[in-house]
Design a protein around this ligand. Structure first.
Ligand code: UN1
Length: 514
């Protein structure tokens, strides 16, 4: 563990507030990050106090004035160099993600790859911050819109995707000309520090002003509240639970700031009788068990047509039986522990609630013990039979629980799929074009992501990522998500010697006859 930390430039006790190039002497309490694998301490952080946050925010504001003057393609060049650094440290960062949030190496490195990919994407985007031009209704007038940098941006991230989700925001914000203050989950604090260490040389070597990319690790009630209520930050992008997002949204709205929210999912896969069932089993295994069910895109519900329900459920149980659970660093392991004991307790509570509400456990759901399992964070992934309208099925439990729900008609399946408060990701498995087109149509899935013959998780960075309803409505990452990080300005230039008004309005004094 020491070697990994050393290679990434970390010490045993680290400062919790940095400006990208320098670290502050922080005044907050010490945070110890504990590995879910075996309860060992990964590293410690002296957290930022309210005063430390204030210093960082003032710096980010000042740096914005300089950074916005760097031409966008030159900002892209900095992001290109950041991407190169992350490429060079992919294995080390992946190893740290495995230790701190317990991802298996394939998934941990996959997450780092998302950062590399978004860097590449952002480099290209830096030359494509396009505005529209339109034809004015007035003669000899030119009309167009342009996009300007917005300001310092606050980015709040969850434990499960510390690198990817921050970078979707931060790398796009950087090319947009914004500076960034990042508040990561305290459960992924060491990974956040490591990323900053890896990219810090780029900021130094290019002689950039201090305060372009900032990190603040601090207590949610103090520093978190300060960040979301800080009117110096025109945009807060936050990823996490619906409850958290509701609070952030309200606080930011009360100061008329903008918020970009990516909150809980309750993602379903519809499996029709015309699906390739083997394909569906493979996809659902990754989508439901991958990251131990702790992705916002994790498959939580499988809605299966009645005639194939039993056979399909049996096939899925067979696949679950083969999942090796243990230390994510062991090669044959497919599923590591949950993030902490609280997550295990929440999973157990959800299963008890399900049984009370009429559902049943078909496979798994046990808390494991003995050897490494004594960390109290290991469970077997669980398959349950349920109805869509059980209150517990309406909730997102951040654990590997999969609800199997039978259906008769596709209308009914889509109705189930949409009848939850959340609207992040969805999928259908079918080889019938009429079924898949109906699912993708406006009478189909109501989610921000809708897939055919692939699962709900593992989205590529090139698309806009986010969802509707309680998922918060925000879009991050690819497509035109960059627009959220810039302000739009509509410009009209009169290059005539007349002063015509729009809408044909005549106003004021007639020009004197000459
Ligand atoms: C998240 O869980 O917050 O689509 C992000 C996926 C990943 C990102 C998940 N690319 O599963």
């Amino acid at each position: 563990m020491k070697d990994i930390l050393n290679n990434l430039g970390l010490s045993e006790l680290n400062s919790g507030a940095g400006t990208g190039t320098t670290w502050l002497e922080c005044g907050g309490e010490i945070l110890k990050s504990v590995s879910p694998i075996d309860g060992r301490i990964v590293g410690s952080v002296r957290q930022a106090s309210a005063a430390d946050y204030d210093k960082v925010a003032a710096g980010a504001r000042a740096a914005f004035n300089e950074w916005r003057m760097v031409p966008a393609p030159k900002r892209g060049e900095i992001v290109r160099q950041i991407g190169e650094k992350v490429r060079a440290y992919k294995k080390e960062l992946g190893a740290l993600l495995s230790l701190e949030v317990a991802k298996i190496p394939a998934e941990a490195e996959g997450e780092v790859q998302e950062m590399i990919d978004i860097c590449d994407f952002a480099v290209g985007q830096s030359r494509m911050l396009y505005g529209l031009s339109m034809h004015s209704e007035r003669p000899k007038h030119r009309m167009y819109e342009q996009w300007h940098p917005l300001g310092p941006i606050g980015v709040v991230t969850a434990f499960n995707f510390p690198v990817a989700v921050w970078s979707w925001n931060a790398m796009i914000a950087l090319v947009a000309g914004d500076t960034v203050i990042w508040k990561p989950s305290s459960k992924a604090a060491i990974t956040a520090l490591a990323i900053m260490m890896v990219i810090s040389p780029v900021l130094q070597e290019n002689d950039l002003p201090e305060g372009i990319l900032n990190l603040v690790i601090g207590n949610r009630d103090e520093v978190g509240e300060q960040l979301i209520s800080d009117s110096r930050l025109p945009l807060i992008s936050a990823t996490g639970s619906v409850a958290m997002g509701r609070h952030v949204g309200q606080v930011v709205a009360s100061r008329l700031g903008k918020s970009l929210l990516e909150l809980g999912g309750n993602n379903a896969v519809i499996v029709t009788a015309r699906a390739d069932l083997d394909l569906a089993v493979r996809a659902i295994l990754f989508g439901a068990v991958g990251t131990a069910g702790q992705r916002c895109t994790t498959i939580r519900r499988v809605i299966v047509q009645k005639e194939v329900f039993s056979a399909f459920t049996e096939a899925l149980i067979q696949a679950y039986r083969q999942v090796t659970i243990g230390n994510p660093l062991d090669e044959e392991v497919l599923m590591g522990p949950l993030i902490d004991r609280q997550a295990v307790a929440d999973m157990q509570t959800a299963l008890e609630t399900l049984k009370r509400q009429g559902g049943s456990i078909l496979y798994g759901g046990e808390v494991l013990s003995g050897g490494i399992y004594d960390a109290g964070t290991y469970v077997t992934p669980c398959i349950c039979e349920a109805r869509n309208d059980y209150p517990i099925v309406q909730e997102e439990t951040f654990a590997p629980i999969l609800y199997m729900i039978p259906y008769e008609t596709l209308d009914e399946a889509i109705e189930y799929q949409n009848s939850v408060p959340q609207g992040l990701s969805s999928a259908i498995f079918t080889n019938d074009l009429l079924e898949s087109e109906m699912f993708l149509s406006h009478m189909g899935s109501d989610c921000g992501i809708a897939n055919v013959n692939i699962g709900t998780s593992g989205a590529e960075i090139g698309g806009a990522f986010g969802g509707e309803k309680d998922t918060g409505g925000g879009r991050e990452s690819g497509s035109d998500a960059w627009k959220a990080y810039m302000r739009r300005q509509t410009c009209t230039t009169n290059w005539s010697r007349e002063m015509p008004l729009a809408q044909g309005i005549e106003f004021g004094i007639k020009a004197a006859d000459s």
